[in-house]
Design a protein around this ligand. Structure first.
Ligand code: 5GP
Length: 236
């Protein structure tokens, strides 16, 4: 599969056309951004790690019945994916209080939730991705009610599958963000990525953070943390 013209360049990814109008190639870069692009930097090796971590986790979900955009990994940093019309929602699932939920409800990070929480953010850079609920999503016609029901089912199922898998690697899945798209035939697929950029991963024993928070919060050691996740996942 050959790379054609560049279609898009984001904070951590570039997207290219291919000969096949239904397929595109995503290239993961080392670019890191936080706080709606106000903080920018790089994490050496991140692109290659996220490409491999995300593909591994997407394959696992696919095997367990969640359709994804993944087609095949092309190289260290490149993957062929199905082109999907993106639904402008960030779907966040939380098992433990952290990040913006901690600030919002005034509970300390690390407080375990009695049951998983699903949140939506409306994807709009200019507005700073405001939090909305399912009624807003439907009223704004961001997707059809059946599509939203499918998204919610997939999000909770993904949480169960990922938690179980990561537990085996002594990683606690605190929370994560998913994005979904619609294929030409209307199928809802899990899109974007699942990686230390989009999940909070805490070491089960030490509580050490193995994710993007190391960059967001200037904790240092982001490169090593990303390597550690890849290592536990693929080189057991
Ligand atoms: P929070 O709302 O606490 O900032 O984020 C909750 C979870 O969703 C975290 O795992 C975080 O990594 C992920 N997340 C939320 N928004 C974004 C985003 O815009 N980009 C990325 N990479 N992850 C996000």
């Amino acid at each position: 599969m050959e790379r054609k013209e560049q279609l898009y360049e984001g904070k951590a990814k570039k997207v290219y056309a291919t000969d096949d109008p239904q397929l595109i190639i995503v290239e993961y870069t080392d670019g890191a951004a936080a706080f709606h692009g106000r903080k920018k930097g790089t994490i050496a090796g991140k692109g290659s790690i996220n490409n491999r971590v995300s593909n591994d986790l997407m394959r696992l979900l696919e095997k367990q019945g969640i359709p994804t955009h993944l087609v095949e990994q092309l190289s260290d940093r490149e993957t062929v994916i199905r082109k999907a019309q993106m639904i402008p929602l960030k779907v966040i699932v939380r098992n433990v209080v952290a990040g913006s939920l901690s600030t919002r409800i005034g509970m300390p990070e690390g407080t375990r939730l009695k049951s998983p929480v699903l949140e939506y953010n409306y994807k709009d850079d200019a507005l700073g991705d405001p939090m909305i609920n399912r009624f807003h999503a439907l009223a704004l016609d961001l997707c059809a009610p059946e599509e939203l029901a499918t998204i919610e089912r997939y999000a909770f199922r993904a949480n169960d599958i990922l938690r179980t898998r990561l537990q085996q690697l002594d990683i606690d899945l605190i929370d994560f963000k998913l994005e979904f798209g619609r294929l030409a035939d209307g199928t809802i697929v899990l899109a974007d990525e699942i990686s230390p950029d989009t999940c909070r991963f805490w070491d089960t024993e030490t509580g050490e953070r193995l994710d993007m928070d190391r960059f967001r919060r200037d904790m240092g050691g982001a490169e090593d943390a990303y390597q550690e996740v890849l290592h536990r996942l693929l080189e057991e």
